[in-house]
Design a protein around this ligand. Structure first.
Ligand SMILES: Cc1ncc(COP(=O)(O)O)c(C=O)c1O
Length: 381
C-alpha cells in the first residue's frame, strides 16, 4: 500500500492536544476529532518547499484556492457555487461564532440540535446571545431532527438554526428530504440556517452522497451560511483554514463585516496545505476512506458483541457515538477511561449515556482499545 495508515507515530513530542489530554500515559487517547495518520505526502512536500523560501510575511490567499474548492464541490456533490460566495477564515468554529455575531441582535437566539459538538453551544454565549436546544430523536440508533419539537420551540426571538451535517457526535448524514423539511420550516419562520458541513467528505454510505443544504433549493441557498474546510478530510487541524459559503449578498456582507479584524490572518502553511490537499490529495483521501471503513466495520462488529452497548452507523465521520444506556454503567465515560480507552465524554456533547470514540487511528491501536474494553466488560462484577 502506498500510504501506511498502520504506522505508529509518536505525537507527544509535537504537543498534540489529543495526546496530552490524559496524564496517565497508559490511556489511549481516542477523543478529539483528529486522526493519528500523516497527512497526504503531497501536503508535506508543499509545506517543506514553502518553508525553504524562509520568508513568512503577510500573505495573500493563493489564487487557485477558491476555484479548487469550487471544483471539488461540483465533482463530489454537483453543487455549483459562485466564487464570489466564498469567504475564507481561520477555521470553522470561527465561522460559527461570526455567524452569531452577524445574524443575531441583542435578545435573539439560535436553535441547535442536541447532543451537539460543544463549540456550537459556546458560540452564542461568546457573543452574549441566547440559545435553545431541540433534542434529536434516536430512531434505532440514528439521530434525527424532531420537527415537532422544532415547531413548538420556534419563537420570534429565534433567528438562526445551527445545523451540523454530517452530525457530530451522532454521525447522521441527513437525507435530502430531511434537509428540505428543515429549510421550509426555517424559511416560514425567517430563521437563517448555519450549516456546519466540515465532515461532509467523510461519508460511508454506498447508495447516498452528502447533500449540501444550500444546493437543495434557491430558498435554501438564499437563507444559509455553509461552513466547510479541508482540515478534517486531510487531517490538517493544526493548520486552521475554512470557508463560509454565503450566496445571499446581504448576509455575506454582514458576515464579512463581523469577521473583519477578528478572524484576521490565515497561516501561510494553512494556505499551502489547503491548496496541496485539494489539488493533489485525492488518492490519499480515497485510501483513507477505505481504511476508515475497515476500522468502522471492526468496531461495529466488536461493540455489538458486548451486552448493553450499541453502535449504529456512523453514516459519516470517524467518530463512533456508542450508546451505553442499556449497559447498567453509572458513568460510562469513567468506565472506558478507567479501562485505558480515552473516549470523549458523552456529557460534553449533552448525553452522559454515550461515549464518543475516534477510530481514526492505526488498526493495531483500535484492536488494543477493543481488547481493553472487552476485558473491562468481562471483569465487571
Ligand atoms: C462539527 C465540527 N465543526 C467544527 C469543528 C472544528 O473546526 P475548526 O477546527 O476548523 O475550528 C469540528 C471539530 O471536531 C467539528 O466536529
Amino acid at each position: 500500500m502506498k500510504y501506511d495508515f498502520d504506522k505508529i507515530i509518536d505525537r507527544i513530542e509535537t504537543r498534540s492536544t489529543k495526546w496530552l489530554k490524559f496524564d496517565d500515559p497508559n490511556i489511549l487517547p481516542m477523543w478529539v476529532a483528529d486522526m493519528d495518520f500523516q497527512c497526504p505526502p503531497e501536503v508535506i512536500e508543499a509545506i517543506k518547499k514553502r518553508a525553504d523560501q524562509g520568508i513568512f510575511g503577510y500573505t495573500e490567499r493563493p489564487i487557485e484556492l477558491t476555484s479548487l474548492l469550487q471544483q471539488r464541490l461540483v465533482e463530489r456533490s454537483g453543487w455549483e457555487i459562485d466564487p464570489e460566495w466564498v469567504t475564507w477564515m481561520p477555521g470553522v468554529v470561527v465561522g460559527l461564532n461570526v455567524a452569531c455575531r452577524a445574524v443575531l441582535r441583542p435578545g435573539d437566539m439560535v436553535m441547535m440540535p442536541s447532543p451537539i459538538y460543544r463549540p456550537f453551544v459556546f458560540a452564542p454565549d461568546n457573543m452574549n446571545r441566547g440559545m435553545i436546544k431541540t433534542d434529536l430523536k434516536n430512531v434505532e440508533g440514528r439521530l434525527e431532527l424532531d420537527y415537532d419539537s422544532i415547531d413548538q420551540l420556534l419563537s420570534e426571538e429565534i433567528k438562526m438554526f445551527f445545523f451540523c451535517n454530517p452530525h457530530n457526535p451522532g454521525g447522521t448524514m441527513y437525507k435530502e428530504e430531511e434537509i428540505t423539511r428543515l429549510v421550509e420550516t426555517c424559511e416560514e419562520n425567517q430563521v437563517v440556517i448555519c450549516a456546519d458541513e466540515i465532515h461532509s467528505d467523510l461519508t460511508f454510505l454506498k447508495n447516498r452522497k452528502h447533500v449540501h443544504l444550500a444546493q437543495t433549493s434557491k430558498t435554501a441557498a438564499n437563507n444559509s451560511i455553509t461552513l466547510l474546510s479541508p482540515t478534517k478530510t486531510f487531517n490538517l487541524q493544526g493548520l486552521p483554514c475554512g470557508a463560509a459559503i454565503i450566496p445571499n449578498p446581504e448576509l455575506r456582507n454582514e458576515f464579512r463585516r463581523s469577521l473583519r479584524g477578528i478572524g484576521a490572518h490565515i497561516g501561510v502553511f494553512a494556505f499551502t496545505a489547503a491548496v496541496a490537499a485539494y489539488s493533489k490529495g485525492e488518492p490519499w483521501y480515497k485510501a483513507l476512506m477505505q481504511y476508515l471503513n475497515e476500522n468502522r466495520t471492526l468496531l461495529r462488529e466488536e461493540i455489538s458483541k458486548l451486552d448493553g452497548l450499541s453502535l449504529q452507523g456512523p453514516e459519516a465521520t470517524y467518530l463512533a457515538w456508542i450508546d451505553c444506556s442499556e449497559s447498567g454503567l453509572d458513568a460510562p465515560s469513567d468506565f472506558f477511561i478507567n479501562a485505558g480507552v480515552g473516549v470523549h465524554r458523552g456529557e460534553w456533547f449533552g448525553d452522559s449515556n454515550f461515549v464518543r470514540l475516534n477510530f481514526g487511528c492505526p488498526r493495531s491501536r483500535l484492536e488494543e482499545a477493543l481488547n481493553r474494553i472487552k476485558k473491562a466488560f468481562s471483569q465487571r462484577n
